[in-house]
Design a protein around this ligand. Structure first.
Ligand SMILES: [Zn+2]
Length: 72
């Protein structure tokens, strides 16, 4: 499902596709390009922390790995 997320920096609404109702991982605002680590519980945004580019790349790799495992 698609969940809407409001960017804490510029206030623009973006969306992420959720596989499960709980998610913790990277999010990038499509408008201001700010990076965050978001935590979702039951499709609700619980926390949103600023993220560096390096950390974002690292987290994306982890998410890609997880996705691969799920498909198998
Ligand atoms: Zn933004």
């Amino acid at each position: 499902m698609i969940v809407k997320i409001k960017c804490p920096k510029c206030g623009v609404e973006g969306s992420i596709s959720m596989v499960e109702s709980n998610y913790e991982g990277p999010y990038k605002c499509w408008k201001c390009r700010e990076l965050f680590t978001i935590k979702m519980e039951n499709n609700e945004l619980k926390s949103c922390e600023p993220l560096s580019q390096e950390e974002f790349d690292r987290q994306q790799e982890i998410e890609a790995m997880k996705a691969k495992f799920k498909r198998q």
